[in-house]
Design a protein around this ligand. Structure first.
Ligand code: GLU
Length: 246
């Protein structure tokens, strides 16, 4: 089921995210990618193959320093394991980046709708539709990325963990889940998102497990969880008692 990591805090996001992805390698994957927001710009790097390939790319073509970032390991279901199909996927305006584990079952009709509206899709994935849908709906939400995610999720069927960032909203990471895991790690002045607590227990042991059909808005100083309809959500908070070696 591969891996997802998100971070917003004071540390260098890229090292937190890549270290988190390494902790999730046991889940299996065929490609990896990251996105950061720095100085109002979104930037991504992605590469087929092992995390080491991505790290080599980051060495030759570095990302700017940033304290907000997301990372993904992919297990291809729609489109082969190529650099272009690797996540993150980005909206046409270059402002929204999305990562996804799972399958969006109604992607074909959403793709057709977007193509009909003049959007050019650049990958073969089911995931890419989400980046374009978020970009399209965001202006109607007063540029509220969590509300945009709720609106988009209500249109999706299938199994998904989704995480997104937007270059104009540089202090927020948004996540969503249906039939696929997503856990929040709550730190002091920093917060984490991951498919498994293993990705962040080196930083915090305070975890919040998201329930079915929930959206989370992560900022440095707080975490807000709602249902897909925007109602306050019930979440399960717990302390992780085992360590990374376990
Ligand atoms: N269905 C998506 C893809 O093929 C996500 C696969 C995954 O879970 O990593 O890109």
């Amino acid at each position: 089921m591969c891996g997802i990591v998100g971070y917003v805090g004071e540390k260098q996001a890229l090292s937190v995210v890549v270290e988190g992805l390494r902790r999730l390698e046991y889940r299996g994957y065929d490609s990896a990618g990251v996105a950061v927001v720095a100085d109002g710009l979104l930037d991504t790097r992605k590469k087929a193959g092992k995390l080491a390939n991505l790290e080599t790319l980051l060495g030759t073509d570095p990302l700017p320093q940033s304290t907000i970032g997301i990372g993904h390991t992919r297990w291809a279901t729609h489109g082969g394991p190529t650099d272009g199909n690797a996540h993150p996927h980005v909206s046409e305006d270059g402002k929204v980046a999305v990562i996804h584990n799972g399958i969006i079952e109604n992607f074909a009709e959403l793709r057709a709708e977007l193509t009909g509206a003049g959007v050019t899709l650049s990958s073969e994935t089911d995931t890419e539709v989400v980046a374009h849908l978020l970009a399209a709906v965001l202006p109607e939400t007063g540029h509220d990325l969590a509300e945009a995610m709720r609106r988009v999720c209500r249109r999706l069927s299938g199994a998904f963990t989704l995480v997104a960032v937007h270059s104009d909203i540089p202090d927020v990471v948004v996540g969503a889940r249906r039939n696929s895991p997503l856990v929040v790690g709550r730190g002091d002045g920093e917060n984490f998102l991951a498919s498994d607590v293993a990705a962040f227990i080196a930083h915090t042991r305070h975890a919040t497990e998201l329930g079915q059909d929930q959206v989370v808005e992560l900022r440095r100083d707080g975490v807000v969880v709602t249902t897909f309809d925007g109602a306050p959500a019930e979440v399960t908070e717990y302390e992780v008692t085992w360590d990374a070696s376990a």
